[in-house]
Design a protein around this ligand. Structure first.
Ligand SMILES: [Zn+2]
Length: 498
């Protein structure tokens, strides 16, 4: 028999085709198999041989769906289905997960039935691939296509028949055995990035491209970064080691991934920037959410540039090293909840290229302040340099003026944060001038020698803004970052790891 599958332009199915190809390719059977930009083909293969090959592949790779863990009561080692796998599970028998999807329990029999059905043409038209077929193997369900949902906006695959939508039932029945086979086997794909928060939700990350070749090259490239044996996270801390990262959220997970990808993977021609993030809730009803994230070329370029210039990682050596310190000298020094929220938000604002909000996350807050080590501060300054200053074309002497004023603001804010907050809230240039005037007034009351500030920086900054008023918002954001930075340096929090 033969197979021919064209690109679906569907995130789940295209990843599934690429995975199907890779599974067969990795089996090292000599088959006429090919994946080009737009098509997967498998030619001239004996149906029975293919059937037994596929059922072997399924059994050998089934461990991608489970982890091994100790039973809390008996101490026995048993299988646990990964939290996000959308295949229903029956009662475990001898510690083995019983999937309610026959292809994973009686692989040989199911695969044979599917291949038989695939050979028969008929009058039905598949809603996913558009090909005709005779009879479905199973109707469309979340296990084969996670985006099947009663929420219309998420279903994404409505088709027309005589000018009207397919009826709901018909729509689920119009699912060909080929799409079933491809879709259900995507769970064997060990290049799907995941991060599970126990009892809460999982984020799955699937890359997407408009063609199979780039998709296959990108996924093949980053495969060594992932460890499928861990339950809650599969991005390895270090390549070649089992331990995985405990990132605080979805954006930090993605940023952490790029840290490793750009740092540890050599010869990367293809760097994907388009992701589908599937959010799978914990619990028995799994209404998944889908979010598409398209990183711009400039964000990808920025990450590369930072890593090449500084040989440092943006997530693990910068954002992950930023903490929130509580102003209570006797209590716990770090507010871990808030720290993780700040780390996640910093990752998000970096990835979506929003410097204003990124800067705002570094502001001191009531009851505490953001702090980091001097090494981390250096990385932060380097990031600001490649992210903002280079792009704005700000020369070095002007940077010194901005930093100088940042330092002044930090010092006059030492006992009263209102100026920093006012600066953060400025929406018009008039308000900005008024904040700078207030800073100038407060400077008078400062012991300049003790505070180690340079008052002339203020005049230089005013001159700089007057030269090009359109840049005032950028300069405001930079002032917030530097003022927060100097504020942190002068505090207990800033001394950590120094
Ligand atoms: Zn189909």
């Amino acid at each position: 028999m033969e197979m021919e599958i064209s690109v679906y332009n569907d995130i789940w199915m295209d990843n599934a085709v690429e995975n199907f190809y890779r599974l067969i390719e990795d089996s090292e059977e000599e088959l006429e198999i090919n994946l080009n930009k737009t098509e997967f083909t498998l030619g001239n293969v004996d149906k029975e041989d293919l059937g037994s090959l596929l059922s072997d592949i399924i059994q050998e790779n089934r461990n991608n769906l489970i982890v091994m863990d100790k039973d809390k009561k008996t101490g026995e080692i048993k299988e646990i289905k990964k939290d996000f796998v959308l295949i229903q599970e029956g009662k475990k028998i001898d510690g083995i997960v019983a999937f309610k999807e026959n292809i994973y329990t009686e692989s040989e029999k199911s695969v044979k039935e599917i291949l038989d059905l695939m050979e028969k043409d008929g009058k039905k038209t598949c809603v996913l691939c558009g090909k005709t077929f005779s009879k479905p193997f199973k109707k469309m369900q979340q296990a084969t296509y996670p985006f099947v949902t009663k929420i219309k906006s998420l279903s994404g695959i409505r088709t027309y028949k005589d000018g009207t939508f397919y009826a709901f039932k018909e729509y689920h029945d119009s699912f060909c055995p080929t799409c079933y086979l491809i879709g259900i086997l995507e769970w064997l794909d060990d290049r799907v990035i995941y991060r599970t928060f126990p009892g809460d939700r999982t984020f799955l990350f699937l890359p997407y491209f408009d063609n199979f070749e780039d998709l296959a090259e990108f996924k093949g490239g980053y495969e060594p970064l992932l460890n499928k044996s861990e339950r809650y996270s599969n991005i390895r801390v270090n390549i070649g080691e089992n331990k995985t990262e405990g990132t605080p959220g979805k954006f930090s997970t993605l940023l952490c991934f790029y840290d490793k990808f750009l740092f540890d993977i050599e010869n990367t021609n293809i760097i994907g920037g388009d992701w589908a993030i599937i959010e799978v809730p914990f619990g028995s009803v799994k209404n998944v959410k889908l979010r598409l994230l398209n990183l711009t070329d400039s964000t990808l370029g920025l990450m590369k540039e930072f890593i090449e210039d500084t040989e440092s990682r943006i997530y693990t050596e910068l954002i992950k090293e930023i903490y929130f310190f509580i102003d209570n000298p006797k209590g716990a020094p770090v507010d871990w909840d808030l720290t993780r929220k700040i780390q996640e938000k910093l990752s998000e604002y970096f990835l979506i290229n929003d410097f204003t909000h990124f800067a705002r996350m570094l502001l001191p807050k009531k009851g505490g302040r953001v702090g980091y080590s001097s090494g981390t501060r250096k990385n932060l300054e380097n990031l600001i340099y490649v992210w903002r200053l280079k792009e704005m074309g700000i020369p070095k002497e002007s940077l010194n003026s901005i930093k100088g004023v940042g330092n002044i603001i930090a010092k006059v804010s030492r006992n009263n944060l209102s100026i920093l907050y006012k600066l953060d809230k400025t929406k018009r240039i008039e308000d900005f001038w008024s904040v700078l005037r207030e800073v100038s007034r407060k400077l008078v009351g400062l012991d300049l020698e003790k505070a180690k500030v340079r008052p002339t920086a203020l005049d230089e900054l005013i001159q700089l803004i007057k030269e090009d008023e359109s840049q005032w918002k950028e300069i405001r954001d930079l002032l917030i970052v530097y003022a927060s930075m100097y504020y942190a340096i002068g505090s207990r929090g800033g001394k950590k790891n120094e």
